[in-house]
Structures are given as C-alpha cells and as structure tokens.
Write a protein of this length. Structure first.
Length: 272
C-alpha cells in the first residue's frame, strides 16, 4: 500500500454523519487511509470494477456486487487498472445490524437476482436523496434504509444457497399465485428441469412443489387469522384452484382443516 498519497478521513472533526454519492471513476482513482476511518462504508457496483486492499488482502468489487468496509480498518481502494468503476457509496456510523455480519475487513457479496439488485440500488439512491434533502426525519429514514441493506447482506451470508437456487426462490416468491411450470422455471435459471429439481431438493430439503405449497399455505393462514378471509377466499387468493387440494395441504402443514384453524374450538391450540 506504499506509494499512495494519504487522503484525509472526510469525517475528521465533523462527527459521525450519513452521506454518499454516485461516482464514475477511471483507473487513476485511488483512496488511501492507512489509519482507517471512524465510520463504515457501503459500496454497490453498477458496472466496471473497483478493488479494496486491507490487511486481510485484496478483493475486487464488480458489477452487481455489494461491499461493506468495516470501521477502523486500514485500507486502500480504487478503480482496477484498465477499467472504469461506476458505483454508489454510503458512509454511515455503526448500527446494531452490523453485528449480524461476519467480521471481515471488507465483505464482498455477489447479488445474482435482478430483484435483489434493484432493491439494493433503490435503497442506495433513497439514502443519497434523503441525506441531501435533509427533510424532517431524514436521518431515521436513512438509518432504516441502511438497516435494510445490512439485513439483506447478512441474510445472504448466512444462507449460502447455490445462486441458481437463490434465483429460483426469488422467482417463486414473486409469482406465488401463478401456475408453476418447472420446465419454464428451469429455462429461466439456465438449468435442465431434472437438474433444477435435484439441486432444489438438495439445497432446500423440499421439492419445488412442496416449497410453493408451503408458501401458499402459510400466506393463507395469515389471511384467515389476521384479515378475516374465509377458507375458500384465502385458497383462491394464494393461488390454489382446487379447494380440496388446498384443504389437504393445509391439514398436512397445520394438523387441522382450514375452517378449524380459522374458527378454533376452545380446547384447540391457537398457536402456529
């Protein structure tokens, strides 16, 4: 890390803050902080590639990757030689949600699903706007959005499914009410139907059909318990075209019929 000019910590003397920007930098861009900084840094790369160098080593950060640099870690980062780096960044004070994450100097996570990429980019842009507007309650709004990013990052570091199964799970949750065709689903994630079925079962412990049924049944139970839906209404809303099939699946997961669940007897356990 020698040979680089030290850049001052932008928070020196100003106290903790939340701020960020959208940068597009060529390969002359480098930032060197041998003493680290007091705040944390989130980076989301839109295109091109940057790098981070810490005492733990060097890591690249390319398109669709989310990075988190810990407070207090000596570091250097910049654009990879011969490339451009198009990225969003946020400096923020430490939040309790940091405790959910591994204690790496720099954590880099690849986001393979478009819905997650869109969600993360939208979160970054919301923080940038709110931190600039400084409207009423701007700081809690920024903190809550950063918490969302940290929790999504923590969730990914703990689950560690095959990226194609992560993509499949995202598709299934977003299309829960639709008819599920494994051949079309497999084509969308770049696998053969048989390979997808085998990998899904190996990674999640359930078949695709079992997973979808479980999502639907869980949502139907919530609709009946908290939204006053009749069992038939709930079945239709979550995507079951056949009530008898819905009732059979519901009994399998909850041990009672949908109507018994919705209107429990005084002796029945009302918990989930």
């Amino acid at each position: 890390m020698s040979g680089f000019i030290r850049q001052p910590d932008v928070l020196e003397g100003t106290g903790a803050a939340i701020f960020g920007d959208h940068f597009e930098k060529d390969d002359t861009y480098r930032l060197h902080r041998p003493d680290g900084m007091r705040d944390w840094l989130l980076v989301y790369t839109l295109s091109g590639e940057g790098y981070f160098m810490t005492p733990g080593g060097k890591k690249g950060c390319g398109a669709g990757q989310l990075g988190l640099l810990r407070s207090g870690v000596p570091h250097e980062y910049g654009t990879v030689r011969g490339s451009w780096w198009n990225f969003l960044w946020i400096h923020y004070p430490g939040l309790p949600e940091n405790a959910y994450l591994p204690e790496d100097d720099i954590l880099i996570e690849t986001l393979s699903e478009e819905r997650i990429k869109d969600r993360i980019e939208r979160a970054f842009r919301n923080v940038l706007q709110d931190s600039r507007d400084r409207s009423v309650l701007w700081k809690p709004l920024c903190e809550n959005t950063i918490r969302e990013v940290l929790l999504l990052l923590a969730q990914r570091t703990k689950k560690r499914f095959d990226p194609r199964i992560e993509q499949t799970l995202g598709i299934l949750s977003s299309r829960m009410k639709e008819e599920i065709r494994v051949d079309l689903l497999a084509r969308e994630v770049g696998l053969s139907p048989s390979r997808l079925a085998h990998l899904f079962k190996a990674e999640t412990g359930r078949t695709i059909v079992q997973h979808v049924n479980q999502m639907r049944i869980r949502q139907a139970a919530l609709l009946m318990k908290h939204s006053g839906r009749l069992a038939v209404e709930a079945a239709i809303e979550v995507g079951f075209g056949n009530y008898n099939h819905f009732a059979d699946q519901f009994r399998k997961y909850y041990g009672v019929t949908p109507r018994e669940y919705r209107n429990p007897s005084p002796t029945m356990d009302k918990g989930f």
